[in-house]
Design a protein around this ligand. Structure first.
Ligand code: NAD
Ligand code: GLY
Length: 367
């Protein structure tokens, strides 16, 4: 068992919690047990991740004195819906989960988001633990307490802010992650550099191939630096009244891509990558950033094997889908744009002409 791990803290007063990052952490039932109000938990997972990691986690919990029961869901973004949510409630109620019985999410962002929403709502709030097993979930979705399911009309439209008791990111789990999923996670890593951490962006320019190759030191550094950025933003603005919206850079366009193509056709990280590529082009058309930053962004995304063009849905369809974005205020879609590397801001003042030029032209795949 490795003891070499780093611990960061999300500072939220009496709801503050640790993020443990490192190898071998799935075996550290003790790190989980100390946070649970009763020695019982339900582990929510899917049929891809459960055969890989469920038993290791259950054994570790038994060693720490915690009894657990598995809840296995179908895999996929297209199952992040109310039907699958109801499967969790059915399992909890039929197997007599109590209000103080913890729900542990073991999996990627889909499992984390749906389990978190189940925890937020089961008996008005059950204890919740995040054990992310994808890069995307380790750098982003497991931290910060956004929980949700999708609606056919929009991504993550039904949900709640509900913080976990802890996040346990075992970097060894990334060894079984398919290459395409690793790239999808790198999209959210690149996002932190673009919106607020220029030195980290530069580090990524030097190290992205190490991440793709699964280099443990590089991945651990990228996860720690991403979580540091995210924890700082969440502590400053838990409920997205201001700066937290910057974490949605690329997501307004990305969510439109996901909903427009059908959930699961493009991976979330792929849609975010294309969304960020669209957002930097919009920023350039508005005279906010120069060609050099656009070229650097597109080059880094491409090196991470991510798309730099959105699908040609048509500008009208993009605008219609973005009308459901959670940042819409008084009927106006608000966009996260850049005014430089590491300098994100939010504005509704983007002309229809600019959006049409990018979404019908340079920002999308015409073929
Ligand atoms: P995912 O949960 O669908 O996982 C990707 C795939 O990898 C799945 O097939 C999964 O079964 C598999 N998998 C997971 N861990 C594995 C492992 N260790 N080895 C092998 N296979 C493994 O996708 P994701 O990219 O992790 O998460 C995307 C979701 O996260 C989206 O629904 C998105 O909306 C959400 N999200 C939420 C937040 C938030 O703040 N709550 C932030 C970003 C994204
Ligand atoms: N992933 C966006 C957020 O957590 O706010």
């Amino acid at each position: 068992m490795s003891t070499q791990h780093c611990t960061l803290q999300v500072e939220l007063g009496d709801r503050s919690y640790p993020i443990h990052i490192g190898p071998g952490l799935l075996a550290r039932g003790d790190l989980i047990a100390r946070h649970l109000p009763q020695p019982k938990a339900f582990i929510v997972c899917n049929d891809t991740v459960a055969p890989l990691y469920m038993q290791t986690l259950r054994n570790a919990l038994v060693q720490a004195g915690v009894q657990s029961e598995p809840v296995i869901l179908p895999d996929g973004e297209d199952h992040k819906d109310w039907r699958t949510l109801a499967e969790i409630y059915d399992a909890l109620l039929s197997r007599h989960a109590e209000r103080k019985t913890a729900l542990i999410a073991l999996g990627g962002g889909v499992i984390g988001d749906i389990t978190g929403f189940a925890a937020a709502t089961y008996q008005r709030g059950a204890p919740f633990v995040q054990i992310p097993t994808t890069l995307l979930a380790q750098v982003d979705s497991s931290v910060g307490g956004k929980t949700a399911i999708n609606h056919p009309l929009g991504k993550n439209m039904i949900g709640a802010f509900y913080q976990p008791l802890l996040v346990l990111a075992d970097t060894d789990t990334l060894k079984t992650l398919p290459a395409r999923e690793l790239s999808a996670g790198i999209a959210e890593v690149i996002k932190y550099g673009l919106i607020g951490d220029a030195p980290f962006f530069e580090w990524l320019e030097h190290n992205v191939e190490r991440l793709l190759a699964g280099d443990a030191d590089a991945l651990t550094y990228a996860i720690e630096q991403s979580c540091r950025n995210k924890a700082r933003v969440v502590a400053a603005d838990e409920r997205e009244q201001g700066v937290r919206a910057h974490l949605n850079f690329g997501h307004t366009f990305g969510h439109a891509i996901e909903a427009g193509l059908g959930f699961g056709v493009w991976l979330h990280g792929e849609a975010v990558a294309a969304g960020m590529a669209i957002a930097v082009r919009v920023s350039r058309r508005m005279g906010l950033v120069d060609d050099h930053l656009v070229e650097r962004t597109l080059a880094l995304l491409a090196r991470a094997r991510l798309p730099v063009l959105g699908p040609g849905l048509g500008a009208g369809r993009y605008l219609q889908l973005m009308g459901h974005d959670k940042k819409v205020e008084a009927g106006r879609t608000r966009y996260v744009l850049l005014r430089g590397l590491g300098e994100a801001f939010v504005t509704a003042d983007v002309s229809q002409e600019t959006l049409h030029l990018v979404l019908e032209g340079e920002g999308v795949d015409a073929g």
